[in-house]
Every structure is written in C-alpha cells, then in structure tokens.
Design a protein around this ligand. Structure first.
Ligand code: PMP
Length: 396
C-alpha cells in the first residue's frame, strides 16, 4: 500500500486516536521534505549546532562502554549527574534543587516537556503558550489531553508577552504557562522585570510555570534571567535544561527537569514506565560536559555571537528588519516588505537560490511575515546564503 501523507489521514476510518490523527505534521518537516529532494542547498533551517560534540565528552561516553557501563541507571538518572546538574543550575540559572528528590534526567529537553505536560494536565486544562514558539509545545500539550492557548507576541514588543495578554487569556481551566527564553525561533530574551511580573502572575493565579531554559548558556548580552532565580516560585516551577544546544550534543538525547518534589515524582513515574532511564553512556558524557565543558561552551557561544552580528547586519541592510536576538541561535527577519507570504518567500528562495529557511507560521500564526534562519551554520555558508538572499530579494 502506498503510504498516505500524514496530513491526508482520514480520521473517521483511521485506527488512530483522533487526538493523534488531528495533530498536523511539523511545519519544519513538511518544508524539509522539499529541501531533501534538492542538491547543494545551503540550509539555515535546522536547529542544531554545526559543531561536533567536544571530543573529551565523546571519549567519556566511549570509555563508559569500554568499562562495561552498559546497564540501566536509577530511573531518575545517575545521582552524580543530578548532583553536577544541581550545581550547574545553581551557578548558571541561580536556583537550588535537591538532586535526590527534585531532579530527573530525561531523554532530551523534549521528553522533559512531554513529561511535564502529561504529569500535570487533566483533560481540557489549558496551557498559555506565547507564540512564536518551538514546534513541539502545542502537539505535546494536545497529546497530554490539554488545550494550548496561544498568546501571540510581536516584533514591536520584542516578541515578549505582556501581563495584560496573559490576564486576558486566563480562564478557570488555566493550569500552566509554558515559556522559553532565550527563545526559539525569535532569539528573544526576557527582562528581569517581566520575569518577576510573570512569576507574580503565576503565583497569584496558582499556575505552574514550565520554563524551557535549554538555550540559557547561549545568551549574548549578559546572562538571560532564569525563573529558577525566584525562590518564591520554587513550588510552581518546572525548569528544563538540556545538553543538545550549548554542548552540541543533540544526538546524545539528554536533558534535565528540575522542580518541586511532587511534580518531579509524578514525571518520574511516567518516565519509569515508558523510558526506564536515559541512556547510560549519554549520562556519563553529560557528566563530563558539566565538569569540564565550560571552555568549549564559551568558545561556541563566541562563535555564534559573531555570526549573529553578521547576519543581523546584513538582513537589516537588505531591508528585512530583524529583531536583534539576544540568545539561542536563530534570527527571525521580517519579510513583509517583499510582499510575499512566509511560505512563498521560503519556497521561492529555495527554488531560485537553493537556500532553505523555515516559514514563520511553523511556529504559530503570528509568525506569518517572518522566516526563521539558524546561525548554527558555518560562517562560510552564512556568508554565501546572505549573498544569495540579497540577490533573491533584489529581483522580487
Ligand atoms: N526546547 C527548545 C526551545 C528547542 O528549540 C529544542 C530543540 N530544537 C528542544 C527543546 C528539544 O531539545 P532536545 O530534546 O534535543 O534536548
């Protein structure tokens, strides 16, 4: 039987749970199916570092296999790793979590987000999600039985939500707010004032904040503030960090969730039955990353910073106004001056100049008029891509 495209699944006849059948396939994937059919494409599309994992981190993983560390660890993850992660979070995010009872080692930040949703949501409870946002947030909320409530944000406001926006979206069913600063796809970083105001809002309405801080070490204009810094929020916060971005470890699939005992215990229960534990050799490698990886993180952060400046400068010069990202490794140029939709811009750019960018609506409706470009791409490729984009924009 010829496989049907995912979007064509007939849910009436389908054996799938309608909740699964109705979830659209990732907008990024759909676009990259087009990209993979072509040769010599420069891709600014993928959200993954172009650096290899630092070698001493790989060696730690390899060594763990050589000495026979091939068994399960504790469901929560190796205690040594949780202790090192607690020290890291205290140093860089500014919050204290107990390694024994308030931390869980997960299969990437992705699993941590999924577990948080599944552990806290009852059917139809609502999660406020500022958009544009990481493509997985809405589907994971829906799969957990919840209802995502998008909070659109705009360039004029630095792609940050206001308390009024959050207040307006609040209903008796609101359970949580899912936030991500530094942000994918806009690069926005939250101010300390707004962070405190959102924390106060969450406490006032007894909401849980899920803060995805996976890009925190990739901040460029001073450290991006963390929700973990606010001691009063401790019982209302699930903080997520991961190794994929700052240590260039996407394929190792390792993340950490930190939060109050009851919520972490609930998440651990799901993880225990579905995953057992994160891969042991990846945990050993992550421990090495936390103990001896600071220099490489600093080096990669500096490289991204130089690329960020170059790419913003060129987009603005071309007339594609670009909010200067203060973190992560993405820019989100405004392409409205071209008169094209995001999808048409991305498709024509690919067709005419072989450069791949992601249409903004993949990250939420308010992403229309923008495209996402990742600068986790070599400087050489970025320079070439910018030349091609400029040529493309001039001929529109
Ligand atoms: N959160 C955000 C904001 C991301 O951009 C990503 C990856 N693109 C993830 C979480 C997932 O990362 P991982 O599962 O590799 O840790």
């Amino acid at each position: 039987m010829t496989p049907q495209p995912l979007s064509m699944l007939d849910t009436k006849k389908s054996r799938l749970n309608p909740r699964v059948a109705h979830i659209p396939p990732s907008g990024i994937r759909a676009f990259f199916d087009l990209v993979s059919a072509r040769e010599d494409v420069i891709s600014l599309g993928v959200g993954e570092p172009d650096f290899a994992t630092p070698w001493h981190i790989c060696e730690a993983g390899i060594h763990s296999l050589e000495v026979g560390q091939t068994c399960y660890t504790s469901n929560s993850g190796m205690l040594e790793l949780r202790e090192a992660a607690a020290a890291h979070i205290e140093k860089f995010h500014g919050g204290k979590f107990c390694p024994q009872s308030e931390m869980l080692v997960t299969v990437g930040g992705s699993e941590a987000i999924d577990l948080a949703m599944r552990a806290i949501l009852q059917p139809h409870e609502e999660v406020l999600i500022p958009e544009p946002c990481f493509v997985a947030y809405k589907p994971l909320t829906v799969l957990a039985g919840g209802t995502p409530v998008p909070i659109p944000t705009f360039q004029d406001n630095g792609f940050l939500p206001s308390i009024e926006d959050l207040e307006k979206a609040l209903t008796p069913a609101t359970k949580a707010i899912l936030l991500n600063y530094p942000n994918n796809p806009t690069g926005a970083v939250i101010s300390k004032e707004l962070l405190e105001a959102i924390a106060e809002f969450a406490l006032r309405h007894d909401l849980i904040i899920i803060s995805d801080e996976i890009y925190l070490l990739l901040s460029y204009e001073g450290r991006s503030p963390s929700f973990a810094e606010i001691p009063e929020l401790h019982d209302h916060l699930i903080m997520i960090m991961g190794f994929s971005k700052a240590w260039a470890m996407t394929g190792w699939r390792l993340g950490i969730a930190a939060g109050p005992y009851d919520l972490i215990a609930g998440m651990t229960k799901i993880h225990q039955y579905s995953i057992m534990c994160a891969p042991t050799f990846s945990q050993v490698a992550a421990l090495e990353a936390l103990r001896h990886g600071d220099d490489e993180v600093r080096h990669m952060q500096k490289e991204y910073d130089a690329r960020r400046r170059l790419i913003c400068h060129h987009f603005n010069r071309m007339g594609l106004t670009t909010h200067v990202p203060k973190g992560a490794f993405y820019v989100f140029p405004n392409i409205q001056s071209t008169g094209l939709t995001s999808q048409a811009f991305a498709e024509q750019l690919l067709e005419k100049e072989n450069v791949a960018v992601v249409p903004g609506p993949a990250f939420g409706d308010c992403g229309e008029g923008y495209v996402r470009c990742s600068y986790a791409t070599s400087l050489e490729d970025i320079r070439e891509a910018l030349e091609r984009i400029e040529r493309f924009v001039k001929q529109i």
